[in-house]
Design a protein around this ligand. Structure first.
Ligand code: NAG
Ligand code: NAG
Length: 338
């Protein structure tokens, strides 16, 4: 059993190497102190001496997080992330953009969320897109990772432009959301900050809350490096910038290598989604009887995901439909988790 698992992992790793795409050219990284600031659990936010990387810890007292010092009106947000290893059930690491602090009722958000697991089981990754407070319409996708994200750092990036959102893993696009009129306000449109957090998600993260964080294994350490932020910086007071104010930065974003979905990258994305996506809101007709306007229903995918949106693994236990709860990744009072 274990042998089969390891063999499976090795085969997957080979596939990943074969499909890896050319790295982004010209991503300008910045020092932690030049673009970010601790958000909560400050004593568990540990920048390296040269400020080129930062560790976020979760221990029995508090999780931790940092935030970009500015809001961005569209942008490219990127970091290499190494996730905590060993027993990490209930642990959640998130790398996301949001303006929830400013727009409580109609915020926008783009997420990478990493969900820890019991020893020997892989981390899961999910992405999500919210616009203008569309929290009742979670556009959630989940994936397995074709590598061990605790063994070394891998790059995770979010590109958000006027027309397109692209999630990248190791410079390979894994998800693309194109703005359409039908999507309306569900497409994020207000300036957002970048957040990175580690927190206790015991009540839902692993097997729907069955496995809690076990602090015997604390501290849980995540490491962020090669931090990149690009886009039009916006004053929080100004919030929505005057038209045309960000034209130059928007043009720079579109000119970036990370904005070019070449045929090679598109093929890699298709391949990744076929092999590693395990849940898609697009196919979850139990939760969403009406299809979303931004979903391209692929009939071969529909066949595999059935009506629950969950990939069916032969014979593996059936999963119950899980309600998405509104949840906060930032405790109202740092250190207070309940
Ligand atoms: C890399 O990016 C910087 C800043 O955006 C720019 O000034 C420079 O010309 C770029 N270099 C290349 C080779 O594209
Ligand atoms: C966003 O939501 C607010 C109400 O919460 C609404 O007034 C506004 O028109 C919406 N914006 C868009 C672009 O849909």
């Amino acid at each position: 059993m274990m042998g089969a698992r390891l063999l499976g992992a090795a085969v997957v790793a080979l596939c990943w190497a074969a499909q890896a795409v050319a790295a982004f050219r010209n991503v300008t990284t910045r020092r932690f102190e030049d673009g970010y600031t601790p958000l909560f659990g400050e004593r568990n936010v540990l920048p390296s001496g040269d400020s080129r990387s930062v560790r976020l810890l979760l221990d029995q007292y508090t999780g931790s997080g940092f935030i970009s010092s500015d809001l961005y009106n569209h942008g490219f947000f990127s970091a290499k992330i190494k996730l905590p290893s060993d027993y990490t059930a209930g642990v959640v690491v998130a790398f996301y953009t949001s303006n929830g602090d400013i727009f409580e009722k109609n915020h926008d958000e783009l997420d990478f969320e990493f969900l820890g697991n019991v020893r020997g089981r892989e981390w899961k990754v999910q992405t999500n897109v919210y616009g203008n407070g569309s929290t009742s319409r979670g556009r959630e996708e989940r994936y397995l990772l074709p590598f061990d994200p605790t063994a070394e750092a891998h790059r995770y990036s979010i590109l958000w432009t006027e027309e397109t959102i692209i999630f990248y893993i190791d410079d390979m696009p894994i998800r693309e959301v194109r703005r359409s009129a039908a999507m309306g306000g569900d497409y994020p449109s207000k300036p957002m900050s970048l957040y990175a957090t580690i927190w206790d998600g015991s009540n839902w993260a692993t097997a729907g809350g069955r496995y809690k964080v076990n602090y015997k294994y604390a501290p849980f350490v995540s490491e962020f490096s090669e931090l990149a932020l690009q886009g039009c910086r916006v004053d929080p007071i100004e919030q929505v910038p005057a038209a045309g104010r960000c034209a130059e930065e928007e043009a720079q974003l579109l000119a970036g290598d990370f904005a070019a979905v070449t045929p090679e990258r598109r093929a890699a994305m298709k391949n990744f989604r076929e092999k590693f996506m395990t849940y898609s809101f697009c196919y979850d007709s139990l939760r969403y009887p009406a299809t979303f306007p931004d979903c391209d229903i692929v009939s071969s995918e529909q066949e595999r995901f059935k009506e629950s949106g969950h990939l069916k693994f032969g014979g593996a236990g059936r999963r119950r439909h899980r309600r998405t709860k509104r949840r906060s990744r930032i405790p109202a009072v740092a250190g207070a988790w309940e």
